[in-house]
Design a protein around this ligand. Structure first.
Ligand SMILES: Nc1nc2c(c(=O)[nH]1)N[C@H]1C(S)=C(S)[C@@H](COP(=O)(O)O)O[C@H]1N2
Ligand SMILES: [Mo]
Length: 334
């Protein structure tokens, strides 16, 4: 996935050249030696841990699909000035790190702890507000068994753009929760009101409403476009006959995918699902289509085990968050 969420233009290296070109968040591989994670605030035993010390804690690897909350923003009108993602801001990787829970337990949150704040080293402006990127989880969310402090992605050290030396990984949530370039975990006695928590990542229809926090990923599927593209229209050109359509489907919170349907000429039929993947990873699907000459619109739609399904039309959101409308692919069969 590309590394910048639209609403965090503050952190964009082109707008703020020189600060994060090769060293996102200010860290190069060399300076990791000076880096340490602080765990403090309302805890009984504050901790300071180097990367080597963290790596001596129990290790865990999870295969996790991470989607930006703004994925699909480009299709929402009027469009938020943020990053105009189409469908590309999603990916799946194997993340290795240590579970956060035992560390928080070792630090010992005191009574009265209301939020756990994850502070990062990248700093900038968004909507005129100067801040370091920071997000919070409630103590209950932060103590979730699958929340990781991750230092590796697909078996290699995190790349600078993915959060080197350490990032939080909150499986099942939209990407903004997985704070990169993490340097401090702070337990506080009030609800966190930082910019990335309440100034953005809220579902809002109007500018003045308080909104509903963006949290876990909505059910979604994508199709690998068949055939070859026409450059400007983006239509796909294919030959008539048997066409193997395939793609991926996922939902949030570790809820499994129950069904994927594909529509050609508006008629929905069930796709074949690949074997059940890891809990937080997307699931593959396949569908055999008999293409007849002419112009077609192909669609795919996923339903999860809680019965949530993708809407046909996107619902409006001011920030362009959470667009999980069905994926449409225009095809010309020659
Ligand atoms: N420190 C920091 N963490 C961050 C961000 C950021 O701007 N700064 N962007 C978030 C957003 S919006 C997303 S979608 C994911 C993207 O992760 P990736 O770059 O590894 O794909 O990182 C999240 N963590
Ligand atoms: Mo994002």
């Amino acid at each position: 996935m590309a590394n910048y969420e639209s609403t965090s233009r503050a952190h964009h290296p082109i707008l703020h050249p020189g600060t994060r070109e090769l060293t996102e968040g200010g860290f190069s591989r060399e300076s990791a030696a000076d880096w340490a994670l602080d765990i403090g605030g309302l805890v009984e035993r504050p901790l300071k841990l180097t990367l080597d010390e963290l790596k001596r804690y129990p290790q865990r690897t999870l295969c996790v699909t991470l989607e930006c909350a703004g994925n699909g923003r480009a299709a929402i009108t009027p469009r938020s000035p943020s990053q105009p993602w189409h469908n590309e801001a999603v990916g799946t990787a194997e993340w290795t790190g240590t579970p956060l829970k035992p560390l928080l337990q070792r630090a010992g949150m005191v009574a009265g702890a209301r939020d756990v704040v994850f502070h990062a080293s990248d700093r900038g402006f968004d909507c005129g507000v100067e801040h370091n990127y920071a997000r919070s989880l409630t103590p209950e969310q932060a103590l979730g068994d699958d929340v990781l402090l991750a230092w590796a992605m697909n078996g290699a050290a995190l790349l600078p753009q993915h959060g080197f030396p350490l990032r939080l990984l909150v499986p099942g949530w939209y990407g903004m929760a997985s704070v990169k370039w993490l340097n401090r975990i702070e337990v506080i006695g009030r609800r966190f009101d930082g910019f990335q928590q309440v100034g953005t990542y809220m579902y809002r229809k109007t500018a003045d409403e308080q909104g509903v926090p963006v949290t876990t990923m909505r059910v979604r599927s994508l199709m690998v476009p068949p055939g070859i593209p026409d450059w400007y229209t983006r239509r796909r050109l294919i030959e008539p006959g048997r066409v193997e359509l395939f793609g991926r489907a996922w939902s949030g919170q570790g809820v499994p995918i129950a069904k994927v349907e594909v529509a050609a000429a508006g008629h929905w039929r069930e796709a074949r699902l690949d074997p059940v993947p890891d809990r937080y990873a997307w699931r593959g699907w396949h569908f055999e289509w008999h293409a007849t000459p002419g112009e077609h619109e192909l669609m795919c739609r996923a339903t999860d085990a809680k019965g949530e399904t993708q809407p046909i039309e996107q619902r409006f959101d001011r920030g362009g968050f959470g667009n999980n409308a069905v994926h449409r692919v225009q095809v010309t069969v020659r």
